[in-house]
Design a protein around this ligand. Structure first.
Ligand SMILES: Cc1cc2nc3c(=O)[nH]c(=O)nc-3n(C[C@H](O)[C@H](O)[C@H](O)COP(=O)(O)OP(=O)(O)OC[C@H]3O[C@@H](n4cnc5c(N)ncnc54)[C@H](O)[C@@H]3O)c2cc1C
Ligand code: SF4
Length: 557
């Protein structure tokens, strides 16, 4: 919410968009396209917290081009377009500790297959989309986080960018610059999974009332350059089973892009109970499976990153409009979990919100609710995509992976053949934070030490994410009650932040004999995945935007 105390410069736009991901950029481009068709002249600003567009973007990515085909139908003929690798091979496997078995493709309905999709870098795609948007007259501002929203009379009227030059103690350094107000007739929020403004807006306007709780996963990814003899351009492989077993839902992906580069990733559902589980260590262990070790042998890790993904699907989508604006893409939780794909839905949602905003402004409206966007989202292609897979994730959570494959597969086939799932709508029960079990019910997991060749410790991997935060600023990871990590989380849950954070930000430090433990936050290492904001069992950690441009610097993740 806006603070009244600081004098700020203010700029007026028709539409202000927070986040230059596929959702925000598709919205900006569609707005300008409608301007070209109607002769309207709309001013549009896109704010991005990364140092450049794409710097905080991390995805697989196997890209389903359906929405891009609608946004820019001629994109394949553009010499600068970002995808040159079509999917050539699509493999789904169950892993045991030493072996593997291929799961036949006919078990899954046709929409689950990846043929017709592309392998590539989502960061590169976003940079390309941003160039298109700028060429059409959109103002794109990387390095400017939308830190607060402006709220007047219960209506959102824009955002305030983060202040620069705030000292560690909250005072102002010599180079202090207050953030600017960007006011808009409509404010579109495309921050991705667990956005810091989205979370506040969902709470403030009760947007999730009557919906299931949002569910999340954490996705970790390394980019590897491998030996040419191991490389198969366009091969897409997903696995489930080892090493997670029954400890958690999730699995791996290995995508062969171009130039001997493979995207090796691992996702863990954040509803796991065992607080000793470390998603990061599971990922590292996965690479020691003989099949993966062979693939990576002689290769080199080039980059690392992590990001939360939304997994609630259809049951968890909030009301996507609020007074003065709307939530887009993964801010609204639009990932199709069994397909591990959200980019097409993010883009469709951006386009639909843009169309609603453009028509509303043309009709002389401003700062009201874009309910027509909510209707379009929940009856159009996004709804169609998510409804038919809606039961796979809750079945997986309640009954395990084999039920998800068997019953979930049958349910998807039923939905494909008869237009609605066999099981109606299976509910998600609780938040991922609430799913965390007490430490006394579990045994610590003894993870193998990284070998520095295939597996790496967290800090050496963070160095491959290009992460940087100005050290003399307040930590952007806020504890509501600073005593909770040691007084509650440590005795009850063995303080799981030490393990769920994929960047080693949280430590319980014992300074010496007889000294009480203390909780240390190395915020400089944070890769902005948002897992702590989601998984802390006491819901005591709030992720806020750090100084503009800080965070990871992913080149082509
Ligand atoms: C490991 C992993 C693998 C995935 N694999 C695939 C895949 O293969 N295929 C697929 O289709 N999908 C995949 N997804 C999902 C896909 O990445 C998302 O669905 C998609 O990126 C959502 O787009 P978005 O624009 O909503 O959000 P994002 O892509 O997250 O973009 C949000 C942007 O907003 C910026 N931002 C956030 N908050 C602020 C703020 N307050 N102010 C300014 N800027 C802000 C962020 O820095 C970012 O640039 C994967 C996700 C993960 C994590
Ligand atoms: S501190 Fe939180 S947001 Fe940052 S990397 Fe760790 S878990 Fe992710």
């Amino acid at each position: 919410m806006a603070d009244g105390a600081i004098e700020r410069e203010s700029m007026e736009y028709d539409v202000v968009i927070a986040g230059a991901g596929p959702a925000g950029l598709a919205a900006a481009i569609r707005l300008k396209q409608r301007c070209e068709e109607t002769g309207q002249d709309l001013t549009i600003a896109v704010l991005e917290k990364g140092s450049e567009v794409g710097a905080h973007i991390l995805s697989g990515v196997v890209f389903d081009p359906k929405a891009l085909d609608e946004l820019l139908p001629d994109w394949r003929n553009d010499p600068s377009q970002p995808f040159d690798t079509e999917v050539t091979e699509d493999v789904f496997m169950a892993l045991g500790e030493a072996g593997s078995a291929t799961i036949p493709g006919f078990g899954m309905p046709p929409f689950m297959h990846n043929h017709g999709c592309y392998v590539g870098s989502l960061a590169t795609m976003c940079r390309w989309l941003a160039e298109k948007a700028e060429a059409m007259g959109v103002e794109v501002y990387p390095g400017f986080p939308a830190d607060q929203f402006i709220e007047e009379d219960g209506v959102v009227k824009g955002v305030i960018t983060g202040d620069m030059g705030v000292a560690r103690d909250g005072g102002h350094k010599d180079m202090y610059q207050p953030g600017m107000e960007l006011r808009g007739k409509y404010t579109l929020i495309g921050e991705g999974a667990r956005g810091s403004l989205s979370k506040q807006l969902i709470d403030k306007y009760g947007l999730s009332e009557g919906r299931d709780p949002q569910k999340f996963g954490i996705g970790m990814k390394e980019l590897w350059r491998i030996k040419p003899e191991n490389f198969k351009k366009g091969r897409v492989q997903h696995t489930m089973g080892w090493p997670l077993g029954r400890n958690a839902g999730g699995g791996s992906f290995v995508y062969h892009g171009a130039n001997n580069q493979v995207y090796v990733g691992f996702a863990v559902h954040l509803n796991y109970e065992n607080p000793y589980l470390s998603p990061y260590e599971e990922f590292q262990r996965f690479k020691h499976h003989p099949m993966i070790a062979r693939l990576l042998s002689g290769g080199k890790r080039v980059a690392y990153g992590a990001r939360a993904l939304t997994e609630g699907g259809w049951q968890s989508i909030p009301q996507v409009d609020f007074p003065g604006g709307a939530l887009l893409g993964c801010s609204a939780g639009l990932i199709n979990v069994p397909r591990i794909k959200g980019n097409h839905n993010a883009m469709w949602s951006g386009m639909q919100a843009a169309e609603a905003a453009q028509k509303a402004i043309a009709a002389g409206r401003a700062c009201d609710r874009l309910t027509e966007y909510d209707t379009a989202l929940k009856t159009g292609p996004v709804a169609q995509d998510l409804k038919r897979v809606r039961n796979v994730k809750p079945i997986w959570s309640h009954y395990g992976i084999w039920a998800a494959l068997g019953l979930g597969g049958l349910d998807m086939w039923w939905a494909t053949l008869f237009g609605r799932p066999l099981l109606g709508t299976v509910k998600h029960r609780a938040s991922d934070a609430a799913d965390t079990g007490k430490a006394r019910k579990f045994k610590p997991i003894d993870y193998p030490k990284p070998d520095g060749v295939l597996s790496f410790d967290r800090l050496s991997n963070v160095a491959f994410s290009g992460t940087n935060h100005e050290e003399s600023q307040p930590a952007h990871l806020r504890l509501t009650d600073p005593a909770i990590p040691i007084d509650v989380n440590l005795p009850e849950y063995a303080e799981p932040a030490q393990r769920y954070c994929p960047a080693g930000v949280y430590e319980v430090v014992y300074d010496g004999d007889g000294q009480a433990p203390r909780f240390q936050i190395n915020f400089q290492n944070c890769v902005h995945c948002k897992t702590c904001d989601i998984k802390d069992p006491s819901q005591n950690i709030t992720w806020v935007t750090p100084q503009g441009g800080d965070g990871p610097n992913y080149p082509n993740m």
